[in-house]
Design a protein around this ligand. Sequence first.
Ligand code: NAD
Ligand code: USQ
Length: 387
Amino acid sequence: MKIIILGGDGFCGWPTSLHLSKRGHEILILDNLSRRKIDDELGTNSLTPIVSIQERIKVWNTLNPKPITFKKIDIAQDYQALEALIKNYKPDAIVHFAEQRSAPYSMKNTVTKTYTVNNNVQATHNLLVAITQSKLDIHLVHLGTMGVYGYGWTGANPIPEGYVNVELITRKGKLKKEILHPANPGSVYHLTKTLDQLMFGFYTKNDQLRITDLHQGIVWGTQTKETKLDKRLINRFDYDGDYGTVLNRFLMQAAIKHPLTIYGKGLQTRAFIHINNTVKCIEIAIQNPPKRGERTSIFNQVTETQRLIDLAKMIQKRTNAKIQYLENPRREDAQNDLVVDNTRFLELGLNPTTLNEGLMEEVSEIAFKYADRVQLDTIYPSSKWNN
Ligand code: NAD
Ligand code: USQ
C-alpha cells in the first residue's frame, strides 16, 4: 500500500513508519518538525539522542529495500500543499499523528492553549477537506485518545469502543439509540480530540469518507524491532514535566535516583500500551478499514489499566526508587476506576506486551543508559490547570 504518515518524525509516528516500511508498504512522511522546535522552546530534549529526520531516513533507506520519503509541511497552515501532495501521491491510507499532544503544554498559558486548538483542529479539518477534494478512496486512520471519554465516566461498565447505547426519555416515551460516547475532556489538548471526533462524524456522513479513530491510552517504552537496528534510528523519549508521560517519567526518575513524582495520592487509574503494540495496532487498523458510507470505526487502543501508585511501586520494587507525593498541578479526579473494552484489537490478533515483561528492559537499556542526558530543571511539572 501507499501510506502517508502525518507526524512521522514523532514518538509514535517514527516507529510506525519503520514498522510499515519493513512490511513492504511505500511510506511518505509529512511533518513540520514542530515537536523538535517545542523542545528548544521549553529548554528540554529527548532522553535518547535523536538525529535529524533526514539522517534517520538516510540510514533506514540503506537498510530497507523500500525507501521512505519525507516532506516538511505544516498541515494546519499549508492547505494547498497538503491537497496537492495527496492528489499527486494518491495514497491508499493516511495515518494522522500530527497534533500537539501534550495536555500540560496545552494548559500552560494563553499562547499554548490557542496554538493547540488552532494547530490540532485546523490540521484535522484541512486533512478531511483535502481527502474529500482529492476524490480518492483513502482510508484515514487517526490517533485519538482515551481522554475523550474521561476516565471511568460510565462507572462500573467497561468503556465501550466509541459508541454507547442510551435510552432517551421523550414526550412519546422511551427512545433507544446508539450514540457517540459522551465526551468528557480534561485538558485543552483532550478537548481538541473530542472536536476531531465530531468532524469525523460529519465527513463520514456527508462525504462518505472512510475513517478509523484509535482511542489510545498512554504509550510507554521507546524502542521497536526496527528502531533498534541502528543507533541513529532510535526513537525519542520525552521525560520533562510537559511532554514526559507518567510511566516513562518514572523510569527516567528511577534511573537518576530522583524520587518518582506522583501528583496527588496516585489513586488515578489510566490506560497504557507499549510502543510495540502501538505500531502493531496501526498495521491492524490499516488492514481492516470500514466500508464507504459506514460511520467512524472506533477502537480502544489500550492493553491494560493501572493505578499510578501501583505503577510507582512496581518500579520501586525493581529499583529501590523513593516516591514523592506532589500537589496535583492538574484538575482531575483524585481517584477513579477504569475498565476499558479492547476486544476489537484482541480479536484481530493483537498480542499485548505487559508492564511486567517490558519494564526492566526499558530501565536498563534506555533510562540508565542515557541518564546523564537528563536536564534536571525540566523534571518537575511547570504547567498548572488553574493559574
Ligand atoms: P509527538 O509530538 O512526538 O509527534 C507528533 C508529530 O506531529 C511531531 O513530529 C510534530 O512535529 C508533528 N506535527 C504536529 N503538528 C503538525 C502540523 N501542523 N503539521 C505537520 N506536522 C505536525 O506525539 P506522539 O506522542 O507521537 O503522538 C502522536 C499522536 O498520538 C498524537 O496525535 C497524540 O495525540 C496521539 N497519542 C499519543 C499518546 C502518547 O502517549 N504519546 C497517547 C495517546 C494518543
Ligand atoms: N502524573 C503523575 N506524575 C507525573 C506525570 C503525570 O502523577 O510525573 C499523572 C497525571 O496527573 C495523570 C496521569 O499521570 O493523572 C497521566 O498523565 P500523563 O502526562 O502520563 O498523560 P496525559 O496527560 O493523559 O497524556 C498522555 C499523552 C496524550 C494522550 C494521553 C492518553 O501525552 O497525548 O492522549 O496520554 S490518555 O491519558 O489515555 O488520555
